[in-house]
Write a protein that binds this ligand. Structure first.
Ligand SMILES: [Zn+2]
Length: 58
């Protein structure tokens, strides 16, 4: 099972998306992307849980 997430699903005007085999790996990639491209997003328990709700199984 592959997990995927798209930045546009979070309401961002951003074409970035990624896939990973595990939620941990996916969140690692998301964290890196947020740090690089969306410095306005504070990664706290609330934003992390809303990001996790956007993860799709493909
Ligand atoms: Zn983005």
């Amino acid at each position: 099972m592959t997990k995927s997430i798209r930045c546009s699903d979070a309401g961002k005007d951003c074409s970035w998306s990624t896939t990973a085999q595990t939620e941990e790996e996916l969140m690692g990639k998301v964290t890196q992307h947020v740090i690089e491209k969306h410095k306005e997003i504070e990664l706290n328990a609330e934003t992390i849980s809303s990001i996790k709700s956007l993860i799709k199984e493909v």
